[in-house]
Design a protein around this ligand. Structure first.
Ligand SMILES: [Cu+2]
Length: 164
């Protein structure tokens, strides 16, 4: 009866090793914690890339994400995704994205996201891309976006696979 347990233990060890290979990276700015900025590799010739991250407000005042930038892209926007009838539509968020005190806002595929436009060169898996995110209170924060594979729904090692 010990064999299945050993197999399980080994699987757990291997899982831990996988997670260790792609450590989450976090940033702090004022009352904000910025978790694991990531993006996806872009096909050759693509002009846009998405950007994803979590923002936690540990303070007592609301803050707003007002801008984002990526090296090699001429501009960045903050987008929302909404259903209009049966069609998902994305639109720039006007006035910034509010992060209330105590709240964590997750930017992810299919939801709020950053969109970088007019890319000069494709993003390549495994080659981090430097950029910034700007907040009303916390100011401009330099971050590095890890680049996952094309079509990735979640950053590697996040321990959470996207499910609808
Ligand atoms: Cu978008």
């Amino acid at each position: 009866m010990t064999r299945p347990n050993r197999t399980l233990a080994l699987a757990a060890l291997m899982l831990a090793a996988t997670i260790g290979a792609s450590p989450a990276h976090d940033y702090a700015a004022g009352a904000l914690k910025i978790g694991h900025p990531w993006s996806r590799a872009t096909p050759a010739g693509a002009k846009v890339a998405g950007g994803y991250l979590t923002i936690t407000n540990t303070g007592r005042e609301p803050d707003r994400l007002t801008a984002a930038a990526l090296d090699g892209a001429s501009r960045g926007e903050i987008h929302s995704m909404t259903m209009e009838g049966n069609v998902m539509k994305m639109a720039p968020v006007t006035g910034g994205l509010e992060i209330k005190p105590g709240e964590t806002v997750t930017l992810k595929p299919g939801g709020y996201h950053l969109m970088f436009l007019d890319l000069k060169a494709p993003l390549k898996k495994g080659e981090p891309a430097k950029g910034t995110v700007t907040f009303e209170r916390a100011g401009t924060v330099p971050v590095e976006f890890t680049v996952e594979g094309i079509g990735a729904q979640a950053p590697a090692g996040a321990g959470h696979q996207h499910a609808h």
